[in-house]
Ligand binder design. Sequence first.
Ligand SMILES: C[S@@+](CC[C@H](N)C(=O)[O-])C[C@H]1O[C@@H](n2cnc3c(N)ncnc32)[C@H](O)[C@@H]1O
Length: 203
Amino acid sequence: MSDEAAQHIARFMHAHSVAPARSAARHPIFGQIRHLMDVGGRSGVFANEIARKWPELKATVMDLPAMARAAQSYVDRAGMAAQVDTAGVNMFEQDWPTGPDAHFFSNVFHDWPEETNSVLAQKSFAALPSGGTITLHEMLMDDDGCGPWIPAAFSLLMLLGTLGKQYTFEELRLILEGAGFTDVQSVRSGMNHYSLVTAIKGA
Ligand SMILES: C[S@@+](CC[C@H](N)C(=O)[O-])C[C@H]1O[C@@H](n2cnc3c(N)ncnc32)[C@H](O)[C@@H]1O
């Protein structure tokens, strides 16, 4: 991907995610995190908003190299470079940075089928320290998979344009527990049917 293409794509998703990021950032789970890695963070909008809300927290935006360079320009323009950095890493093909005690995936699992998400959850589990946390930010489908209509409409877009879909909490719980995480919970983030699904890497 060229740097120009990455900037263009980052601009589109940034516009979609800025309001959900501000809403999610208020959640107290982020107050317990020392170093958050925003996996597939694109423009870094979540990392920037979470770090702005929680000044003690450090964040790293991890994405493909061209996208990580685009994210760095958003971090710099947001004036967040003292708290937020970037890492150009292919999440499937390369080792993940160790050091962060929390991994955050927003709108990443909805791009991929369950088998691929299981690989991501396993890579996350391997890179986190004991006691570390994983958080998924996704629009959840109801348990019967039939609604609500906003996630269902979003799921249709995912089915047409990606290899994924919007998941139910139960589907995500099974993926996370299959990778070794425990204490899987879900809370509404307060915006457009988005939820935060959290789990812990036990000692
Ligand atoms: C749907 S976007 C989510 C962006 C952001 N988290 C949000 O919610 O606004 C998915 C992100 O995953 C990244 N991605 C896709 N394949 C990747 C890979 N192999 N390694 C690292 N990041 C990847 C894309 O570049 C993109 O930024």
